[in-house]
Ligand binder design. Structure first.
Ligand SMILES: Cc1cc2nc3c(=O)[nH]c(=O)nc-3n(C[C@H](O)[C@H](O)[C@H](O)COP(=O)(O)O)c2cc1C
Length: 207
């Protein structure tokens, strides 16, 4: 089993990465592999709502890694999306990236567990955590929690190391994710089918 993680920071070795590694190393102890995809500094285009992605995948191609991430997601069993907090919201780059991932391929994530992690010097973590959780909630994904909301504090790279409670929250999150994945595998083994989903009825306007 494998958990795919996304680091929404431009810094591949910053505090968000540190938080994700804490989750990943605990997952490994539970017998589950992990991979962290770092968004880095490359430009990431916003979704333009062209609607062509349902047939062809995101039309912007592969330069910023969206379609490659979707391929990895097909193989993954669970997800952790980590973001630094910028002005009390997730990084612009992770939002642009995930809008395109989910708008084009939300079904890839259905029934696979997800967890959001927000990392900040001081404020805006809860709001950022909420934003990332919304990708899971609309995609039929069980959301994995911990012993606190999944938050880690630190400003300069390396400072997350001092947030003992934050790192503990990451380890407990990993334990909960591992438990869920093992239960899900046991359910599959026992022949429990995935739930049916009704065809979406769009009632956002009156015909
Ligand atoms: C543009 C920008 C905006 C930021 N806004 C906030 C903020 O609203 N609240 C906060 O506590 N920290 C804020 N920070 C600090 C980062 O969240 C913090 O340094 C975090 O550890 C960065 O994670 P990273 O090392 O993974 O990049 C901001 C940093 C930047 C660059």
């Amino acid at each position: 089993m494998k958990v795919l993680m996304l680091n929404g920071s431009a810094r591949p070795n910053g505090n968000t990465h540190r938080a994700l590694v804490e989750v990943g190393e605990q997952l490994k102890k539970e017998g589950i592999d992990y991979e962290i995809v770092n968004l880095g500094v490359k430009p990431i285009l916003d979704c333009v709502g062209c609607g062509q992605c349902s047939q062809k995948g995101c039309v912007f191609g592969d330069e910023d890694g969206v379609n490659e991430f979707i391929q990895k997601a097909r193989e993954a069993d669970g997800f952790v999306f980590g973001t630094p907090v910028y002005y009390a919201h997730p990084s612009g780059r992770i939002q642009s990236f995930l809008d395109r991932v989910f708008y084009s391929s939300g079904a890839v994530f259905a029934f696979k567990p997800g967890a959001a992690v927000a990392v900040a010097r001081r404020g805006g973590t809860s709001a950022s955590f909420d934003v990332l959780n919304k990708y899971f909630g609309i995609s039929r994904m069980p959301i994995i929690g911990s012993t606190y909301w999944n938050l880690v504090h630190g400003a300069a790279p390396g400072e997350a190391e001092q947030d003992a409670e934050g790192l503990q929250t990451m380890r407990n999150l990993a334990r909960n994710m591992a438990y869920f994945l093992k239960c899900q595998a046991a359910g599959r083994e026992a022949g429990i089918p995935l739930p049916e989903t009704e065809r979406t009825s769009r009632t956002n306007f009156i015909r």
